[in-house]
Design a protein around this ligand. Structure first.
Ligand code: DQA
Length: 146
């Protein structure tokens, strides 16, 4: 089966972006963590980042087609700030029926109030936040059991 790990806006800046919040690891490091965990579990990895909401929707739809064929393990999505704004992403998760693990590197609940609301959590099977980039590896571990 395949795991999609999708990253939204500004996550391409990982490593240089607010390192006190997001740490020093780059997105390439995160991909490597995910690849190691996927290989361990015999899963194929699709790892992507985009700053464009529509592109994230297209990847969720693609994951949905695999889901329909029984070939999807799940979608791990760090939607960045779209988490707090995007009804379209929520609708895509609902509409495709993919199993979602919502992920945040930082503990969004220890930050500004506008980060406390997520359009994705109500349609997520699980939420991981505040574990830093290690959360991605743990998320793959979890999805491998789904
Ligand atoms: C984030 C948290 C969001 O509030 C923020 O907009 C991000 C990253 C995280 O990984 O902690 O871009 O999703």
């Amino acid at each position: 089966k395949t795991v999609f790990v999708l990253n939204g806006p500004n996550l391409n800046l990982l490593g240089t972006r607010e390192p006190q919040v997001y740490g020093a690891h780059t997105l390439a490091d995160v991909e490597q963590l995910c690849q190691v965990a996927c290989t361990r579990h015999g899963l194929a990895l699709r790892f992507h980042q985009s700053n464009h909401e529509g592109q994230l929707l297209d990847w969720i739809h693609e994951a949905g087609r695999l889901h329909a064929q029984g070939a999807l393990a799940g979608v791990i999505l760090n939607a960045g700030a779209y988490t707090h704004t995007s009804i379209a992403l929520m609708d895509a998760i609902k509409g495709t029926g993919v199993a979602l693990l919502e992920l945040h590197i930082s503990n969004v609940f220890a930050r500004e109030a506008f980060r406390h609301h997520s359009y994705l959590s109500p349609v997520a099977r699980a939420v991981v936040c505040g574990l830093g980039v290690q959360g991605y590896a743990l998320a793959v571990e979890a999805v491998a059991q789904w």
